[in-house]
Write a protein that binds this ligand. Structure first.
Ligand SMILES: Cc1cc2nc3c(=O)[nH]c(=O)nc-3n(C[C@H](O)[C@H](O)[C@H](O)COP(=O)(O)O)c2cc1C
Length: 217
């Protein structure tokens, strides 16, 4: 049993990474081998439209042909039982690095046939975690709670069941007094970090547990 998590935040010790670590702890508590990959450590780009993954009789048919830092991880995913993706919300979407990663992860396995088919050779469950700086009401008002999980529909068609966890109103800085950020109440942020973030971590832990327990491999 193996679960791999991909951190789409440039920060290795903050909200997204912490939530992913909790999810991996959950997976490990069920006996799974776990690995955390920081996407910002890797040198890669998004899909380059080379279409080698769609070329009739091509040696990379159904696989991404780009040789870069992502390649070993794209191969590893084929034998994983669970994948976790975590990203901060940047301008209402996943970070650029996470988007680029998802393009490379999903597109090669997705056929241009009618109906589309998945060429993914195995079975894998996915957990996706998004960390919002905004409070839940603002995210709902702007439609982010609905638009972000839409990418999950592509992943679901390719890999299998996807579970999404949305975590709101995160702490962005250690010390709010150092930054021009008057729209945030530092006291409210500190209280939320103390009282709600541990619950969010628990939800991430439980997601990791479910990822392993529901694995059909
Ligand atoms: C460039 C940038 C854009 C952001 N845009 C949004 C946004 O559109 N909505 C939101 O809720 N939070 C936004 N945030 C806040 C982050 O999503 C939030 O602080 C998140 O918890 C950061 O994750 P990390 O701590 O793992 O780095 C933005 C932060 C940055 C740096």
């Amino acid at each position: 049993m193996k679960v791999i998590a991909f951190n789409g935040s440039p920060r290795k010790e903050w909200n997204t990474a912490t939530l992913l670590k909790s999810a991996l702890e959950g997976a490990a508590s069920c006996g799974s081998e776990v690995e955390l990959v920081h996407l910002y450590d890797l040198d890669y780009k998004g899909c380059t439209s080379c279409f080698a993954c769609k070329l009739k009789g091509g040696k990379s048919y159904g696989r991404c042909a780009i040789q870069d830092d992502l390649m070993p991880f794209l191969r590893k995913i084929e034998t994983a039982d669970g994948i976790l993706l975590g990203s901060p919300v940047y301008l209402g979407a996943a970070t650029g690095e996470m988007r680029s990663f998802i393009e490379r992860l999903v597109f090669p396995f997705f056929t241009y046939t009618d109906p589309p088919m998945s060429l993914f050779p195995g079975k894998v469950r996915l957990g996706v975690i998004y960390a919002f700086g905004a409070p839940e009401e603002m995210a709902i008002q702007r439609g982010w709670d609905r638009s972000l999980p839409e990418t999950g529909a592509f992943m679901e068609r390719t890999f299998g069941p996807v579970e999404t966890l949305l975590v709101y109103d995160t702490l962005q800085f250690d010390d709010y007094s150092k930054y021009v950020a008057t729209r945030f109440d530092p006291v409210q942020k500190a209280v939320r970090r103390r009282d709600v973030f541990p619950q969010d971590r628990r939800k991430a832990f439980d997601l990791g547990v479910r990822l392993v327990q529901k694995s059909t491999k």
